[in-house]
Ligand binder design. Structure first.
Ligand code: GDP
Length: 216
């Protein structure tokens, strides 16, 4: 049997739980990847495109769940995590502080976290929020994979220009970070994303079966 396309692994994602604190997160074993981004950057759409499940993001967007960590399981011990979007309009400072505290604790303490996917609108990359997340990841020596989302909004040439610009800015940072263009609308960039995530999760697909190498 030939190897399945890497993205097919992520179609298995099912909603597991939501957490308002580190204590409420699933057991800290195995491996997980967290998705972060400013609100409206296209994070939910990217998760939908990756998992080919439009209901997944709806789960995260359920009112009341937007400020929580939402966990999706791929197989026992292997998870995707949707971090709360940052930058909601009219959010009181107390909520922002709470958000920052939760994310900070999660990023610093979560043993099973293997990498961060940082979603940025290709037209407005490297916002203050994005740079803050990159600094966090750097301090924790956490690999980051950047999605320049909504690539379909730009012509091919302009996409390449934005990609180069971001790569150039990242080269100065000396951290484990990769970057690609992505369009949920056109479903472009799903395969390189899936490849990178499997690498970070240490999941190998062999003859239609996945083998999680991460300690469980
Ligand atoms: P989130 O707040 O980061 O989860 O962002 P969403 O995934 O909800 O997307 C925000 C808006 O951008 C929505 O109106 C989406 O339809 C739109 N959007 C997301 N991804 C794409 C894309 O790849 N192309 C285009 N053209 N629009 C997108």
């Amino acid at each position: 049997m030939s190897n399945p396309p890497p993205a097919s692994y992520f179609e298995k994602a099912v909603y597991a739980t939501s957490a308002a604190s580190l204590k409420q997160c699933p057991g800290d074993t195995g491996a997980e990847i967290a998705f972060a981004g400013r609100s409206n950057a296209g994070k939910s759409s990217a998760l939908n495109a990756l998992t080919r499940n439009s209901r997944l993001a709806r789960t995260s967007k359920t009112p009341g769940r937007t400020q929580l960590l939402n966990f999706f399981e791929l197989e026992p011990g292997i998870r995707l995590v949707d971090l709360p979007g940052y930058g909601f309009a009219r959010v009181p400072d107390s909520v922002k502080e709470q958000w920052q505290k939760l994310i900070d604790q999660y990023l610093r303490q979560r043993q099973s976290l293997r990498g961060l996917v940082l979603v940025m609108d290709i037209r407005h990359p490297l916002s203050d929020f994005d740079c803050m997340m990159l600094d966090w990841a750097s301090a924790c020596e956490m690999p980051v994979h950047i999605l320049l989302s909504k690539a379909d909004k730009l012509k091919k040439m302009a996409q390449g220009k934005q990609l180069d610009l971001v790569k150039h800015a990242l080269a100065k940072r000396q951290q484990n970070v990769s970057v690609q263009t992505f369009s949920a609308l056109k479903a472009t960039g799903v395969t390189p994303l899936a490849d990178r995530l499997l690498e970070l999760l240490e999941v190998v697909l062999i003859s239609g079966q996945s083998q999680a190498l991460a300690g469980k």
